[in-house]
Design a protein around this ligand. Structure first.
Ligand code: NDP
Length: 287
């Protein structure tokens, strides 16, 4: 491709993203605050820039993958003049508000801006299962989609630059709570001599099968009627036995008690006969 690309930030993720571009034949200039991290990429054919300013000047498209929002500003603030008229894609993990703030900063500086959230670990970049979520300039997304697709599946959510980060964090919230649920189950069976590995072999197919329930919950939530027939009721979804079995073994009940509280708030409000999906309302309206 004839797109001149610069990648700022060669940590674990930035190096993986830059590596995919270099291997695909993009003319790529790389920069990192501390020296030495560009060496492997230079061997593959990248050019190393001595300063961040040199890197920005070398690329029409500037990709940034730094630690956090503050480090992005620290690097880019002094370069707003150089960035004017260029395209910036920031795949550093930031909050929705931080993404919107950087988009506004870029607009003031005359920089076309696309925000990205990487849903993969560095080893997954360019392979199956990796995806990157984007929001901000639709034009930038569509123009550079062939390049973005080198990293993984590219999904675009709209002009509001905060959306990619919002989806990123929403998906991670589901992941962390599921992981905590797995850890809780592993802790419950450990005293019975079951290794975490043995439990993992049982839990993975079980939880995979349970994801089949998402669309049913979604239909109820989107329909706005939690009384529709055929659902497991909140009263039936009592986690008391799980809590008792956990505390009898001297385990923390925090993970499960959180879910029980979400259920109980709806029961207390008179919705015990309605579907389990109603805990969505406990989350939407904090007690
Ligand atoms: P690393 O810790 O490996 O790298 C951090 C990078 O940021 C380094 O290049 C570091 O430079 C640079 N940096 C930090 N502070 C500054 C600063 N003030 N000025 C200039 N450069 C700075 O992190 P990752 O590469 O793993 O992560 C990068 C981004 O990607 C993060 O936002 C992370 O959340 C996101 N991400 C990472 C994933 C992963 O699995 N690793 C998964 C999904 C997203 P130096 O070498 O000089 O310290």
């Amino acid at each position: 491709s004839d797109v001149q690309v610069s990648v700022l930030g060669l940590g674990a993720m930035g190096s993986a993203l830059a590596g995919a571009l270099v291997k695909a034949g993009y003319a790529t200039t790389v920069w990192n605050r501390s020296p030495g991290k560009a060496d492997g990429l230079v061997t593959l054919g990248a050019k190393a820039a001595t300063t961040s300013g040199d890197a920005v000047r070398a690329g029409r498209l500037v990709i940034v993958c730094l630690l956090d929002h503050a480090s992005v500003h620290e690097v880019l603030d002094p370069l707003s003049d150089e960035l004017a008229g260029r395209t910036l894609i920031n795949v550093t993990t930031t909050s929705p508000a931080q993404s919107r703030e950087l988009a506004a900063w870029a607009a003031r500086a005359g920089v076309a801006y696309l925000d990205g959230g990487v849903m993969a670990v560095p080893q997954m970049i360019g392979g199956p299962g990796a995806s990157v979520l984007y929001s901000g300039s639709a034009e930038v997304f569509h123009q550079h989609k062939p390049l973005l697709d080198l990293w993984g599946t590219s999904a675009y959510f709209g002009e509001d630059a905060g959306l990619a980060s919002l989806y990123d964090l929403a998906l991670l919230s589901g992941m962390y709570v599921m992981f905590a649920g797995f850890m809780h189950g592993a802790a419950m069976v450990a005293p019975a001599g079951v290794t975490a590995g043995e439990f993992a072999a049982m839990a993975a197919p079980w939880l995979t099968a349970m994801t089949g329930a998402f669309q049913g919950f979604a239909a109820v939530i989107d329909g706005g009627d939690y009384t529709v027939e055929g659902q497991q009721s909140l009263e039936f979804s009592n986690l008391g036995d799980i809590l008792a079995a956990s505390s009898e073994q001297g385990l923390s009940t925090e993970v499960v008690a959180t879910v029980q509280r979400l259920i109980q708030r709806q029961i207390d409000a008179g919705h015990g006969q309605e579907g389990f999906a109603r805990i969505f309302e406990s989350i939407r309206q904090p007690g």
